[in-house]
Design a protein around this ligand. Structure first.
Ligand SMILES: Cc1cc2nc3c(=O)[nH]c(=O)nc-3n(C[C@H](O)[C@H](O)[C@H](O)COP(=O)(O)OP(=O)(O)OC[C@H]3O[C@@H](n4cnc5c(N)ncnc54)[C@H](O)[C@@H]3O)c2cc1C
Length: 509
């Protein structure tokens, strides 16, 4: 049986942050993630590094945490952030009394907010509606949540942490953690287990014989093609639905909704959610009215206890520590608190250094610009594959080299994992053209077996379909894209023929 000091359950941003924090303190860590890194709430967020402004009235403590973590992450992970800045905009008909509460709240929580005239706001963002009557500029930034999670896991592994993806924890008994990996059950013995499993935290706690109350709330986000603004646009009102629009790579994300959800998996997106989001986003950022919606996705927020407070919860038991709730923006602080408790229990005196230690060293040499832009400080490693220039994903410009880089260096097991690192299949055609190409690259490199090419492509396409179906009834172009996909791939007989062909080929090898 493998032994370690700490077993972290969950490879979202919080678990990856805890693994890095502890590894930097010299603690021996194993991280177990049941799917891919960031595949839970983390990858389903907007990736907004909040300025804190959103919470200054409703939840000042969270607002202050966001403001301070925003400053820290800008220092330690600049290459993983896009410093877009943000605007809070009040529209005709909004509650004017809220504006003065916002100003006072920002002052109290330490959130920097500079008032602009509506004309100045429109000059900065010509895609905004003329109905904007008040605007404040804030320190929002945008991160790719998958990449920041992978970067934390990667940095942790450089410090000696072991990272296992597709390793589902199925039992915890007195520090003995049972997990399933590659169809086998395995055991790791840990002195302390950290439960960083987000909305699954109650389930994982139950495995260890502990009870916690956690309510998942679903949030849906629409992805529009192209950047309709260069700043994050926030509504200046009490947090509500459809308040945030932001530029992410070459798309605009518009979210989110807020509704209680019973299921932790296989929850759907309601047509009304899509309607609300379109109405709210296109009213504020009118430029979106002419943009195509590419897809929709939904995630669950882990909210502990009653109410809608957005701060995090640390629940320390002897040998079993739960850290959940909070936000993507505050993950480092959550990891610090959890790791402090781990060290207290282990008797380790090393202090947290993550507020001052860069997430991976940044290299700034010529030729790295493109890779740095796409992969942050991981760009140095990506550039090692620069000679493999053939474009695999035409919509997002992903090369063969980038597919191989992700597959070899970034804990990838399948095409879906590669998509989350590189954006392969995230563009206009949603993977219609590139999935098969990517599978063939992996096959040629000997990374996947020919018998799995078919399943890899199908699973990846299925996942794309999930995000297309909820909007197909409302967006003609999406329906057309779906039909085209169906015509290209949907015919099972076509797959059967490929399979038969490959099986036939095997006899001659
Ligand atoms: C729609 C939406 C938009 C959001 N937007 C923002 C935003 O813009 N900015 C912001 O700051 N926050 C945002 N949030 C909140 C943010 O996404 C979450 O607070 C944060 O990502 C939680 O990260 P986590 O690592 O704690 O949880 P998760 O990312 O859910 O990670 C938990 C991991 O545990 C794994 N796991 C579960 N059970 C097991 C098991 N038995 N064995 C092994 N692994 C297991 C899961 O697979 C998962 O990967 C948003 C949330 C939603 C839903």
């Amino acid at each position: 049986m493998e032994k370690c000091e700490v077993c972290v359950v969950g490879g979202g941003i919080t678990g990856a942050g805890v693994a890095r924090d502890l590894a930097l303190r010299g603690v021996d860590v194993v991280l177990l993630e049941k799917g891919d890194l960031g595949v839970g709430s983390t990858g389903r967020s907007h990736g907004l590094l909040h300025s804190g402004g959103r919470y200054v009235v409703s939840d000042p403590e969270s607002a202050a945490q966001c403001a301070s973590e925003n400053r820290i992450l800008r220092r330690i992970a600049p290459s993983f952030l896009k410093d877009t800045g943000g605007l809070f905009v009040g529209m005709k008909g909004d509650d004017e009394e809220y504006y003065s509460r916002f100003v006072k709240g920002c002052r109290r929580a330490g959130v920097r907010a500079e008032e602009l005239s509506p004309e100045e706001a429109l000059r900065l963002e010509p895609g905004l509606s003329d109905d904007v009557e008040v605007a404040f500029r804030v320190m929002d930034a945008v991160a790719d949540p998958f990449l920041l999670t992978v970067a934390n896991a990667y940095a942790a592994s450089l410090e000696g942490a072991e990272v296992h993806t597709y390793a589902e924890v199925v039992g915890i008994d007195d520090g003995e953690v049972r997990f399933r990996s590659n169809g086998r059950e395995r055991l790791v013995k840990a002195e302390v287990v950290v439960n960083a499993s987000g909305v699954w935290a109650a389930r994982v706690a139950e495995l260890a014989g502990h009870a916690i109350t956690l309510k998942p709330y679903r949030g849906t986000i629409l992805v529009y093609a192209g950047r309709a603004s260069e700043h994050v646009i926030n509504r200046l009102r009490m947090p509500s639905q459809g308040d945030i629009m932001l530029p992410h790579r070459n798309t605009t994300l518009a979210g989110t909704t807020f509704s209680p959800e019973e299921r932790l998996e296989r929850y759907g997106i309601e047509p009304e959610e899509v309607q609300v989001l379109r109405r709210e986003a296109e009213r504020v950022l009118v430029k979106l009215r002419t943009r195509r919606i590419l897809r929709a996705y939904a995630g669950l927020r882990p909210i502990v206890g009653e109410g809608r407070k957005r701060d995090f919860s640390l629940i320390p038991e002897d040998g079993f520590i739960t850290i959940t709730g909070g936000k993507f923006t505050t993950y480092r602080l959550m990891a610090e608190h959890a790791s402090d408790e781990v060290c207290r229990q282990l008797g380790v005196r090393a202090r947290c250094t993550t507020a001052t230690t860069s997430i991976l060293e940044e290299e700034d040499r010529e030729g790295l610009e493109l890779y740095r832009e796409r992969y942050g400080a991981l760009g140095t490693q990506a550039a090692e594959y620069a000679d493999r220039r053939r474009r695999i994903c035409l919509c997002e410009g992903v090369t063969e080299g980038e597919v191989l880089f992700a597959a070899e260096k970034l804990f990838c097991r399948n095409i879906r994992d590669i998509r989350r690192r590189t954006r392969l299949g995230m563009g206009y055609c949603q993977g219609r053209r590139c999935n098969l190409e990517a599978a063939l690259v992996l096959y040629s490199a000997g990374m996947i077996d020919h018998s799995t090419v078919h399943t890899q492509v199908l699973n990846s396409l299925r996942e794309r379909w999930k995000g297309l179906l909820p909007i197909a009834a409302q967006v003609d172009e999406v329906l057309r894209e779906l039909r085209l996909m169906e015509a290209t791939f949907g015919c099972a007989a076509c797959y059967d023929r490929i399979k038969k062909h490959v099986r036939g080929l095997e006899r001659f090898l």
